[in-house]
Ligand binder design. Structure first.
Ligand SMILES: [Mn+2]
Length: 319
């Protein structure tokens, strides 16, 4: 809780904030941004949310999602401090981070921090989500948490814990979620809005990914690959990547699930593990990073060759 109190002291110093997050924001990034902006607004502060990437359609259900502006929109604003959420490094915010200039930088994140310390940083990799950290902060003035703020934080926590199934789900995570429901978040509204809105094209991509699933390392690895052309022909963007990456791990007996997909001339490799297998080290071997159970990296190879390299390494490592 000490860090939440420190953040209270930090925001006390300023009246106007630019809130931002990583490129291609997920519901944890967006829900945290929106909840914090609404809450700081109630404290009489002025806030703007600006991200490099536009708001994904899948997140328009978040209350007041129209507050999320896309760079360079919203930058004509006299902010005294920048709050960077759900990104371990301001460079992950892309064009926004590059444009902010010499103002105070406050970072709140649950990814391991790997850059020069900003003016204030509250980074706790033991916590499920940025949403859970923001919940701790706003709980200091619980009477200001309305149903919109509660919904945004609930969505952030729900999605970053894979619907409360990942190892990052603690009793505190569930208590936070329960409290947010008591404050007006509607679990079925969030689930229906975010998860039960799969398009035909997305379902087609899931079918392709499932039909190409292969095993390696005596069944301990499941992997599948999707090309640029698969996404193009299905009319689907990268917004389904997180759910797709879950598919290989869900197979019985698998310790590491691998999704390989073309991303702008490179191959993005997403690793998901279970049974305590650490995939962070594997991602780091290839120059990437992430968490113990979810990590990723990029390879500058054709898709088929990337598949061979990654599977060969996993066969060796998991022996
Ligand atoms: Mn997150």
């Amino acid at each position: 809780m000490a860090k939440a109190a420190d953040f209270w002291n930090a925001i006390d110093l300023y009246d106007s904030f630019l809130i931002t997050s990583h490129v291609r924001p997920d519901p944890d990034a967006l829900g945290s941004e929106l909840a914090l902006a609404m809450f700081l607004g109630k404290l009489g502060k002025t806030c703007r949310i600006v991200n490099e990437s536009p708001l994904p359609t899948s997140c328009t259900f978040l209350p007041h999602s129209d507050m999320v502006l896309t760079y360079p929109g919203g930058m004509d604003f006299d902010y005294q401090a920048v709050i960077c959420l759900d990104a371990p490094d301001i460079s992950r915010t892309g064009t926004v981070g590059a444009a902010i200039g010499d103002v105070a930088l406050l970072v709140i994140d649950h990814h391991p921090y790997n850059s020069a310390a900003p003016d204030f940083s509250w980074v706790d990799p033991s916590v499920s989500s940025t949403g859970e950290l923001i919940y701790t902060f706003v709980s200091y003035q619980r009477e200001l948490i309305d149903s919109d703020i509660a919904t945004c934080l609930y969505a952030a926590i729900l999605t970053d814990t894979g619907r409360f199934t990942y190892a990052n789900t603690s009793h505190k995570t569930l208590q936070a979620a329960a409290d947010l429901v008591s404050l007006g978040a509607d679990p079925s509204y969030v689930a229906e809005s975010y998860y039960q809105t799969v398009t035909d094209g997305q379902m087609h991509i899931f079918g392709l990914a499932a039909s190409r699933m292969r095993r390696a390392a005596d069944g301990a690895v499941a992997y599948t690959s999707l090309s640029d052309e698969d996404f193009r022909s299905a009319g689907v963007g990268p917004e389904v990547a997180q759910e797709l990456a879950e598919l290989p791990r869900s197979l019985a007996g698998v310790r590491v699930g691998v999704l390989l997909r073309d991303v702008g001339g490179k191959v993005k490799v997403s690793l998901r593990s279970k049974s305590g297998t650490d995939v962070k080290g594997i991602a780091e071997h290839f120059g990437g990073g992430g968490h113990h159970e979810a990590s990723g990296f990029l390879l500058e190879l054709p898709l088929a060759q990337a598949e061979i390299e990654v599977i060969r390494f996993l066969e060796e490592t998991l022996k």
